[in-house]
Write a protein that binds this ligand. Structure first.
Ligand code: ZN
Length: 146
């Protein structure tokens, strides 16, 4: 898929002051290449960027509401999600971007970049995808198809 529009979560590192910067955005499914999902309201992203030299730690929450189909009764229902964000962006020279052969635990939250920009969209995209249950139930005591 070719995306020509600019990411709404592109961070210009040079424009981020040292210390803590808060970012709040409301996004829709297409902003995050999630057009195949049905959201009941805008996706709310509340982040804190903590910059220390050229490294930026990103923490916060992604709040969203999804329309899902219950695997038990096949009815559509809505579920609210609030997911944590924790990621560090480490700036390195392009040729020094480490090739990670074996994932260490810390590598799951570490991302390397070499330009003046990094994009938070893939991170938020993945957080949403991973939060969705594979076999959602509308409620714990769903009676199924009656
Ligand atoms: Zn159900």
């Amino acid at each position: 898929m070719v995306t020509v529009k600019k990411s709404k979560l592109l961070i210009n590192v040079n424009a981020v002051p040292n210390g803590v910067t808060k970012i709040s955005k409301e996004l829709d499914a297409n902003d995050l290449d999630l057009g195949h999902l049905e959201f009941c309201s805008p996706i709310k992203v509340d982040l804190e960027l903590t910059k220390n030299a050229n490294n930026v730690r990103v923490t916060g929450t992604v709040d969203f509401c999804l329309k899902l189909i219950c695997v038990n009764c096949l009815e559509e229902f809505e579920r609210q999600f609030s997911e944590k964000v924790y990621q560090e962006y480490i700036r390195v020279a392009a040729k020094k971007i480490p090739f990670v052969e074996q994932l260490e635990e810390v590598d799951f939250i570490r991302e390397y970049y070499s330009q003046d920009f990094f994009d938070l969209s893939p991170l938020i995209h993945d957080i949403i995808i991973l939060a969705i249950p594979l076999a959602p139930w509308c409620r714990v005591d769903c009676k199924g198809i009656e």
